[in-house]
Design a protein around this ligand. Structure first.
Ligand SMILES: Cc1cc2nc3c(=O)[nH]c(=O)nc-3n(C[C@H](O)[C@H](O)[C@H](O)COP(=O)(O)O)c2cc1C
Length: 229
């Protein structure tokens, strides 16, 4: 299936322009466009074509209600209980990349290194989905084990790139998975589902400094072994 729109970006343009959006306008996306995005994302490949992703999608007031409840819950239980183990530490280059993207965000929004309260407030915006009018909660069944997570990662990436090509802002958010049991209860999800992450959607608020920085990437020569120059 193909949804031709004259405005849609090419894949390379979408890959180049996608970035994590951390401030959205409240204007909702037309429902037919949301349906197109999810229809195209459904083309994501998966192991044995199992298509293990399940999506709980919220719009408008329902997004804001969930955000309020999640914010309240996060404040009452800061450590949480994620279905997928968060890293205990980020060693070597992983720590360095993590710090550098964190610093870029905090510098963009004008937070000093030692402003721990300000940083905590910025992080808590995750639970408000950065003001997005729509959020998709992505989960997979436990029974399919770890490759279902690989499939879910492909799905999340495809979803974000399609939305970008339609001129929308997106962000993947593992932070909400810290509260997996709460999320499962809220949506009355099957106990056998593993909560992977959220994807928030909407029109980016381009005036917000949180959207003004870009992260960098390692050279392919550090990553791809055996490729000639
Ligand atoms: C699976 C996944 C989970 C993420 N979780 C969060 C999150 O909880 N909060 C957040 O602000 N960013 C989150 N991000 C965004 C990453 O920080 C971001 O993709 C990375 O720094 C690269 O920046 P870019 O997306 O702007 O290219 C997540 C990204 C992925 C792929």
């Amino acid at each position: 299936m193909y949804f031709p729109t004259e405005q849609a970006q090419s894949l390379s343009e979408a890959v180049n322009s996608r970035h994590s959006c951390r401030s959205f306008r409240s204007t909702p996306i037309p429902n037919d466009q949301i349906r197109q995005i999810f229809t195209l994302a459904q083309q994501t490949p998966s192991w044995c074509n199992t298509q293990p992703w399940q999506v709980q999608f919220l719009t408008g007031a329902a997004t804001r209600d969930f955000a309020s409840e999640l914010t309240r819950h996060a404040a009452s239980d800061p450590s949480g209980n994620p279905d997928l183990q968060f890293p205990a530490e980020y060693v070597g280059e992983f720590g360095q990349r993590r710090r550098s993207s964190g610093r870029a965000l905090f510098a963009a929004v004008g937070l000093a290194r030692d402003d721990l309260a300000g940083r905590a407030r910025q992080s808590a915006l995750n639970y408000e989905f950065f003001g997005a009018p729509h959020v998709a909660i992505i989960s997979v069944p436990k029974s399919l084990n770890d490759y279902a997570l690989v499939d879910a990662g492909g799905y999340v990436s495809t979803l974000m790139l399609i939305a970008t090509s339609f001129g929308l802002g997106t962000i993947a958010q593992a932070s909400i998975a810290r509260y997996s049991p709460f999320v499962r209860d809220y949506f009355r999800m099957n106990e056998q589902q593993r909560v992977v992450c959220a994807v928030s959607f909407g029109y980016a608020d381009e005036t917000n400094p949180a959207n003004a920085f870009r992260t960098d990437r390692s050279s392919i020569d550090d990553v791809v072994i055996g490729l000639s120059q």
